[in-house]
Structure formats: C-alpha cells, structure tokens
Design a protein around this ligand. Structure first.
Ligand SMILES: [Zn+2]
Length: 137
C-alpha cells in the first residue's frame, strides 16, 4: 500500500447505509423497533434484545468525550502529516459509543466529558468520515 493514501473503512452490506448517509452529511444510527435502543456499530440484529427488526434513524450527532489520546508520533504513513491528532471514544447522547477523531481544536485543550458534535470529512468520492469537534461556547 502506498504510504500517502489513507486507508478507508471496510464496508459490509449491513453497514452500508451508515456510510451512504454520511456521504449526505447525515449522521444516522440503527435503532431497534422492539426495545427502542440505539445500536452501534451496525449489525443485523439488536445486541440488546436480539430482535432483527432494526431501522436507520438520523440522530443528534452530539455527545461527550469519554476517553481520548493525542497521537504525537507515527510510523511513516499517510497519517504522519496530521500529528498531533486526537483519537477519541465518543459517547453519544443516544447512549452508544464510537471511535473517531476530534478535530477543529487544540488537542491539548481537550478534557474528558467535553461536549462535542459531529462534523463530516470527505475522504474521497466514496467515503465521508464522521468526526467530532468541541461544541463552541
Ligand atoms: Zn432491541
């Protein structure tokens, strides 16, 4: 693999809607029609109750930094020019967590539990990545 091209996500059939919505700058999660809970990552059945009756819904894109690290050093890769950058676990208002980046910020000003909101970073024609930034004010 070339070191100047960032690897994109591997998209399986049941996760495709997540990426298709992201391309439209919409942040969507699965929600279970039986127990009402939100689901992440995308699955064919609800991990809470086992139901296969799940739908896609647009959600707030708001959450808080549950945990994070600042990457200051990197082996030669497409990410080297980005250091320092933030890899974080975001806990969404809907109760699920995901791994993403926190952008549009000074990495050294972040705090645990800081409120963040989704932003979209277009990688190429196929992939737009949901990322997060601190909520202003
Ligand atoms: Zn369920």
């Amino acid at each position: 693999m070339s070191t100047n091209q960032k690897p994109g996500p591997v998209v399986n059939e049941w996760a495709r809607p997540y990426w298709d919505y992201a391309k439209q700058n919409k942040f969507c999660l699965q929600q279970c029609n039986d127990c009402g809970k939100h689901i992440f990552y995308p699955r064919i059945a609800c991990p809470h109750c086992g139901s296969s009756d799940v739908k896609w819904v647009e959600v707030s894109g708001k959450g808080r930094i549950y945990s994070y690290t600042v990457v200051e050093n990197n082996a030669p890769s497409a990410f080297q020019a980005d250091v320092p950058y933030v890899v974080a676990i975001i806990k969404l208002e809907e109760g699920v967590q995901l791994l993403s980046n926190v952008v549009e910020c000074d990495p050294y000003q972040l705090e645990f539990d800081m409120p963040v909101e989704v932003v979209f970073e277009k990688l190429d024609e196929e992939v737009t990545l949901p990322k997060f930034r601190p909520v202003k004010g």
